[in-house]
Design a protein around this ligand. Structure first.
Ligand code: NAI
Length: 709
């Protein structure tokens, strides 16, 4: 069972967790807070212990384990580094999304490290923290990979500047686990013994919470929100009830090192601790910059010298982005020499409100222009995080009067223009593993508008560009969305009703565009209408359709004519994430057997049904040399006992109990059905205690390979 190296770059999440003051207090009690730190335990003026952040990501951590295929019987939490961007509010919903970033090889017998990084946002739109997890797979070393950086810190030779004693209670894990990590190792004496321990052990992350409280107490007392980083390495296990001491060395204002030792035997249980915090002055400044921000991000806005583009550029800059203001400064139909003043004027406006911006006067209509626009961002600011393809012209004529030059000019600015700038920007975004791209379509393209065949075609072409770029960007955290604005600008001055002009300001479109440009935005590949503060989503949907003719018989034209009502029907229409998925209904229509299973999966799957399907799901190619008996004890009214024997490349399923199974899996009937139908993730079920494994834990990992349900 090797590590799955292909999982590097795999996106995990979003996973979400709703919480309120009771969750915070429960966590605080779990990590040893009490009357002497009432600010963590009393809802009146409640403060959040920053390490609570970990309670939001247990499910994420479990997913990292499954995706990387780390050997569960040797898995340990290696390191945890948390970067805090904003204070954690006392209630709300946390949404966490991230990727597996590295797998390091410490050598055969020395283990492997799986590193994952995840950002967590609050439901108020603020990015709260970034977690960098390192999982240590004791049994996974020796795959020939890079050993990775050591990241070790040297503690000063002097005695610690501060020492905080802690006394976890003998029942501490029973309290701490209520915050979400209900792994049996910390509660079940039998399980702990089977895992090689005398009794259930402390959660490493519980001791982590003790250490977090200790450093706050000495370094920035009463102000946990000042913490900006908290890094630890979990080095030894600890039994509940054993006293601990957290030792702290303050290196400078804003940075300290720490470790937590077992006060009975001196063993270091939490090592290599780094804590960083901001000054009280920085804290005050941050308060003035709350909300969705673009600090340290670089945005390109094309056609930003006027209209919608100008407002996007200004709003991004006001929220901290450094902006490239591109505009050629031509006429409404794209003719003329061009002028630098529209771009220069917007740059001056941005600077006047304290923002940062540079102008660019290249045309988006050529590949060289597109490259030069991206180069401007790189030369001025070193990166590109956001690209808003907004530049536009109009050359309206009916189809018959539409000469090729008018067709081409509009295509060149809108469709090719977006390609010309997006392509070089995409290269940079991929390097940074981050990007947000906006394309600008129009109701004329989405629905049609008399006299605009050129413009409509170009605007609809952008949807095709988005549909595929969203797939190519997915792995690199590049999200691309399309907006169809409605606003009073030079392009619409003669079309839109003058009495609505106030409400038709581009400012009413910009909030959606900025949201889609933000780190908070989890969406990719969507189309939105936006104008006057009204927003809705546009989608390409596919009707259920029908088969005309039988089996291999080619349908007649007359039969198609007779079936048009069903063919045209859009009732029960579906959206598809990609072209391959759209073939599903066609294939299903000719595969009744598959259809039956699918409907069963979504509705009537039963525990007995799962076991009936096992022989058909067996993968003999993966069973070479495997000799195991899996016993399933499924509780609940729909449950029962079954065992599966896999031996000599064959598989047999028998109802009942085996005398000496290799591995026993215990689960409730509902959870089992959910897990088998893909609704419940096996690793989450395991770590949350819904799935219990007895006997050879490692062999249980074979199940996924041996059966494709
Ligand atoms: P606008 O005319 O005020 O702004 C467009 C800007 O693009 C101009 O400053 C122009 O100089 C610049 N531009 C034109 N060709 C360029 C090129 N080759 N390279 C660089 N810059 C160039 O128009 P508006 O309304 O702000 O349009 C922005 C976008 O929104 C366009 O893509 C337009 O098609 C789209 N749109 C606007 C609607 C509206 O209601 N205003 C409706 C639907 C779509």
């Amino acid at each position: 069972m090797a590590l799955n190296l292909d999982a590097i770059g795999k996106k995990i999440g979003p996973v979400s967790k709703e919480y309120n003051w009771k969750d915070l207090v429960l966590y605080a009690l779990g990590v040893g807070a009490g009357f002497d730190e009432l600010e963590y335990c009393y809802e009146d003026q409640l403060k959040v212990i920053p390490s609570f952040s970990i309670a939001s990501v247990f499910e994420f951590l479990a997913e990292v384990g499954i995706s990387s295929n780390v050997d569960l019987s040797g898995v340990l939490h290696g390191e945890q580094d948390i970067i805090f961007h904003n204070p954690i509010p006392t209630e709300g919903t946390l949404s966490t999304e991230g990727v597996i970033t590295h797998m390091y090889d410490k050598g055969k017998g020395r283990g492997a490290l799986v590193v994952a990084e995840a950002d967590t946002y609050h439901s108020n739109g603020t990015k709260l923290f970034t977690n960098i997890f390192t999982i240590f797979g004791r049994k996974d070393g020796g795959f020939g990979g890079d050993p990775g950086p050591s990241g070790a810190v040297d503690f000063p030779a002097r005695a610690p500047d501060f020492e905080e004693p802690g006394t976890p209670q003998s029942h501490q894990p029973l309290l701490y686990r209520l915050s979400g990590d209900i792994f049996q190792l910390h509660v079940d004496p039998e399980f702990a013994k089977a895992s090689g321990f005398e009794q259930p052990i402390m959660h490493g992350l519980c001791t982590h919470g003790y250490a977090c409280r200790a450093v706050i107490k000495y370094l920035f007392p009463g102000e946990p929100e000042r913490m900006t980083r908290f890094r630890v390495r979990f080095s030894k296990t600890l039994y509940p009830g054993v006293p601990i001491t957290t030792q702290i060395w303050k290196l400078e204002e804003g940075k300290a090192l720490f470790r937590t030792i077992n006060a009975e035997n001196g063993e270091v249980v939490i090592d290599q601790g780094i804590v960083e915090w901001m000054s009280a002055e920085e804290m005050e400044m941050r308060k003035g910059r709350e909300g969705i921000r673009f600090d340290d991000q670089v945005a390109i806005v094309t056609g930003a010298g006027a209209g919608l583009g100008r407002v996007y550029a200004l709003e991004l800059a006001k929220r901290g982005a450094k902006v490239v203001v591109n505009d050629l400064g031509g006429a409404r139909d794209g003719s003329g020499e061009g002028s630098s003043s529209p771009a220069d004027d917007v740059v001056a406006e941005i600077k006047a409100v304290g923002g940062e911006a540079v102008p660019n006067y290249d045309s988006v209509a050529s590949a060289q222009g597109g490259q030069a626009i991206v180069d401007t961002a790189i030369n001025a600011f070193g990166r590109v995080d956001i690209l808003i393809n907004n530049a536009g012209i109009l050359r309206d004529k009916t189809l018959v009067k539409m000469e090729p030059e008018n067709w081409d000019a509009v295509m060149d600015v809108h469709l090719k223009g977006a390609y010309n700038v997006t392509r070089p920007a995409f290269v940079k975004m991929r390097e940074n593993r981050y990007g947000r791209i906006i394309l600008t379509t129009s109701a004329a393209g989405l629905y049609g508008n008399f006299g605009q065949t050129n413009y409509s075609s170009a605007k609809m072409g952008l949807i095709g560009l988005m549909n595929t770029a969203k797939l190519e960007g997915d792995k690199h955290n590049i999200k691309i969305n399309t907006v169809a604005p409605v606003a009073a600008t030079r392009l619409t001055e003669d079309i839109l009703p003058p009495d609505l002009l106030d409400k038709l300001k581009p400012e009413f479109v910009a909030p959606l565009v900025l949201y889609l440009c933000s780190e908070l935005c989890p969406i990719s590949g969507a189309i939105y209408n936006a104008g006057m503060g009204y927003f809705n989503r546009v989608a390409i949907v596919t009707g259920p359709g029908t088969v005309i003719g039988k089996e291999t018989e080619i349908p007649s034209v007359e039969a198609v004519a007779a079936g048009m009502e069903k063919i045209r029907s859009i009732k029960g229409a579906e959206e598809f994430p990609n072209a391959t998925a759209s073939f599903g209904p066609i294939l299903d229509a000719f595969s009744p057997k598959k259809k039956e299973t699918a409907s069963e999966e979504s509705g009537g799957l039963t525990v007995a049904g799962v076991f009936e399907n096992i022989p058909g799901a067996f993968q003999p190619d993966n069973a070479a040399g495997v000799d195991v008996v899996f016993q399933f004890d499924i509780s609940g009214s729909g449950g029962g006992a079954w065992f599966i024997t896999v031996k000599d490349g064959g598989c047999e399923v028998i109802e009942g109990s085996h005398g000496s199974p290799t591995t026993t899996i215990k689960m409730g009937d509902d959870d089992f059905v959910k897990m088998m139908s893909g609704e419940l993730n096996a690793m989450s079920a395991f770590t949350s205690g819904k799935l219990k494994v007895e006997g050879d834990l490692m062999k249980s990992q074979l199940i996924e390979k041996l059966f494709k349900l």
